[in-house]
Design a protein around this ligand. Structure first.
Ligand SMILES: C[S@@+](CC[C@H](N)C(=O)[O-])C[C@H]1O[C@@H](n2cnc3c(N)ncnc32)[C@H](O)[C@@H]1O
Length: 211
């Protein structure tokens, strides 16, 4: 999985869908303190925005091509307990193989806050299309499941927002190398969510505080 992500690194750095969004604004608005950890940094868009807002940010990602400060999985973060005021992960938890362990790790290394922004669960058809589009897709979660994951990691949910997210369909397919018959099947499965070349998603953003 790591090599696949390294090969895609440049497209994620440049991706318009990843560079902007209400979720990035909320992360900057909600983050607290002076230090932050960006888990699964990918193209580094969360880190860039938090640095612009004055935070000292450390980035972590398992794919060497993403050029993070530290190469590691969310499920096994190589930092001491309470190392960062705010810990964030955006547009990535649906790729984590063990989400409960990743949430426990993010809560462990946070001093105060954990913020997660990810695509909301939209049903099994959407999941099937997501796996076909990108075999590294593991699962999206509903708001109820996210609330359970935060509680399980000892985090009290303080705020939740759901953003309408529009992603340009063809670049989204191309970023994951999805083409030909597979891409046709993805377009077919998602037909009722595609309009004028854009795919309609819901992006959930949650803020959790350590007890
Ligand atoms: C869509 S990109 C991240 C986007 C980025 N956070 C942003 O806001 O633009 C998904 C990232 O998850 C990383 N990833 C995949 N599995 C992971 C895991 N188990 N732990 C941490 N990161 C993982 C990949 O290497 C990739 O860089």
């Amino acid at each position: 999985m790591t090599d696949v992500w390294s090969e895609r690194a440049e497209t994620y750095r440049e991706s318009e869908a990843h560079r902007s969004g209400r979720d990035l604004d909320l992360i900057v608005e909600w983050a607290e303190g002076e230090t932050a950890l960006d888990v699964a940094t990918g193209g580094g868009h969360v880190a860039r925005r938090l640095r612009e807002a004055g935070f000292q940010v450390v980035t972590v990602d398992p794919a060497p091509g993403m050029r993070a400060d530290t190469t590691a999985r969310a499920e096994d973060l190589p930092f001491a307990d309470g190392s960062f005021d705010t810990v964030v992960s955006r547009a990535a938890p649906h790729h984590f193989t063990d989400i409960a362990t990743a949430m426990a790790e993010m809560a462990r290394v946070a001093r105060h806050l954990v913020i997660v922004a990810d695509n909301l669960y939209l049903g099994e058809t959407f999941e099937e299309a997501s796996r076909l589009h990108d075999p590294t897709h593991v699962r999206c979660y509903s708001e109820e499941e996210w609330r359970g994951l935060f509680a399980g990691a000892g985090l009290g949910v303080e705020a939740v927002e759901i953003e309408d997210k529009r992603i340009e369909l063809e670049p989204w397919l191309a970023r994951a190398g999805c083409s030909g018959e597979e891409a046709d099947r993805v377009r077919e499965l998602l037909a009722d969510r595609i309009e004028d070349g854009y795919l309609a998603l819901d992006r959930i953003v949650l803020k959790g505080r350590k007890a």
